[in-house]
Design a protein. Structure first.
Length: 434
């Protein structure tokens, strides 16, 4: 599907008014925009290459032409045709390589910038390690910014150039937004995701990349400081309304989670989602009634401690909340029931090395994509788990820090066939008023 979208995009650009100048063998008058090939053999080879019946044959023939005539006067035009041919065959790696060659000749070539930004962003999305994804996103954002700033080629029709630039604006804005999101620059990520979605035709807003980036926009609102949960709920609810399975359920739960966190319950959520489904952006004056101010986190932690007869039975997420927010006395009471205990800890991988894995275990941590547990391994892992994957380790409680909130465990390893005491993740959600 991604290759098909790219194929359609490139062909649309290929048919624009900024196509290559006509290629002729005869000499032209001074000032003509027509490109002249003076060598009959080169002209015939050019015609043979570009008129092959299939994209694959055309790509092979053009590669041969460029090898024979590496300094041809039509090198840029031939490379653009080659870029289209590789795109049609679904060979995005070759298409990207060709686009980079075009940009060496013309750094402002709109089609090559759009293809490069698109493919680099897709390649970054396939990386499991953010450190591997960031250089690709940086390069995509660089090309995208060049595309947004690119002037019209000399002699181009202004109206047609503006039309083409509008068509690729979502690609450029989306690539820049993705780069800012990876760098945790949420304000600028929000700015460019909104620009991307606003520039999309309506049918694209509710399918494929449009749904994905609506979700990312909502997530960015949950991450910026201070949080904007009203806008977050709107865009998450809209993304959930259009998302296909298996993504729909996950996004729906995120939208409901943040709605409940802000409003205090799920009443009224269906009406908000219906509004969001019908409109890309919230109307002027849109609001969600906030929940009454809750007790302080420290008071909630104390209430949890004093209302639990046996602190050993307290859910892990509640113990974690007390450790992070309780008074030194309350935290010490809870930690006394945990220190030295070996148990299973399931969670979402936030960062990983062979020696240590950082997990998001609580609901808050998973929704916010932040680590709240560090598992120091007993033996180095042969293969580090993928970022965002769900894993389960057996480890021993070793220490904790209150700022930032983190529980550190030692001697981590995969659970044996006979599992030890399992952690119960049912939580009374002391930090979310009901």
């Amino acid at each position: 599907m991604k290759n098909k979208i790219l194929y359609v995009m490139v062909l649309a650009l290929a048919s624009s008014a900024i196509a290559a100048a006509p290629i002729m063998m005869q000499a032209q008058d001074a000032g003509s925009s027509t490109i002249t090939i003076k060598d009959p053999a080169e002209f015939n080879a050019y015609n043979t290459a570009i008129n092959q019946p299939s994209p694959q044959a055309k790509a092979t023939s053009i590669e041969a032409f460029l090898q024979q005539y590496p300094n041809s006067v039509v090198k840029k035009q031939v490379l653009e045709i080659l870029m289209d041919a590789y795109t049609q065959t679904g060979n995005t790696n070759k298409a990207l390589t060709t686009a980079r060659q075009v940009l060496q000749i013309d750094p402002a070539d709109m089609r090559a910038l759009a293809l490069s930004a698109y493919v680099l962003r897709q390649q970054a999305g396939q990386k499991t390690n953010p450190a591997d994804a960031l250089p690709l996103l940086d390069e995509a954002a660089k090309d995208a910014q060049a595309g947004l700033n690119a002037p019209a080629p000399q002699g181009a029709d202004a109206a047609n150039f503006a039309k083409m630039k509008a068509a690729v604006e979502p690609i450029f804005a989306g690539a820049i937004a993705a780069d800012y999101l990876e760098k945790k620059n949420y304000a600028d990520a929000i700015k460019y995701f909104k620009q991307e979605l606003q520039a999309m035709p309506e049918q694209q807003q509710t399918s494929g990349p449009g749904i994905q980036d609506t979700y990312y926009l909502g997530t960015a609102y949950t991450q910026e400081q201070p949080q904007d949960l009203v806008n977050a709920v709107w865009y998450l609810a809209r993304a959930a309304a259009y998302a296909p399975e298996p993504y729909k359920d996950t996004i729906q739960k995120a939208a409901e989670y943040w709605y409940k966190k802000y409003h205090g319950g799920t009443d009224g959520f269906d009406q908000v989602q219906a509004q969001a489904k019908a409109s890309l952006n919230p109307p002027a004056g849109f609001s969600i009634t906030p929940a009454p101010p809750p007790p302080s986190p420290q008071q909630l932690a104390h209430n949890a401690v004093t209302s639990t007869p046996d602190l050993k039975t307290m859910a892990l997420t509640d113990k974690e909340f007390v450790l992070a927010n309780g008074t030194p006395d309350d935290a010490a009471k809870v930690w006394a029931t945990m220190q030295g205990l070996t148990t299973q800890v399931p969670g979402k991988v936030i960062a990983a090395t062979p020696d240590s894995v950082q997990l998001a275990v609580s609901d808050d941590a998973q929704q916010s994509n932040r680590a709240d547990f560090t598992i120091n391994m007993k033996k180095p892992l042969r293969t580090s788990p993928a970022i965002n994957s769900m894993v389960n380790y057996v480890a021993t409680f070793d220490s904790y820090t209150q700022t930032p909130p983190m529980i550190i465990m030692k001697d981590g390893e995969a659970p044996a066939a006979t599992k030890p005491h399992a952690v119960h993740h049912t939580t009374t959600r002391h930090h979310t008023p009901q």
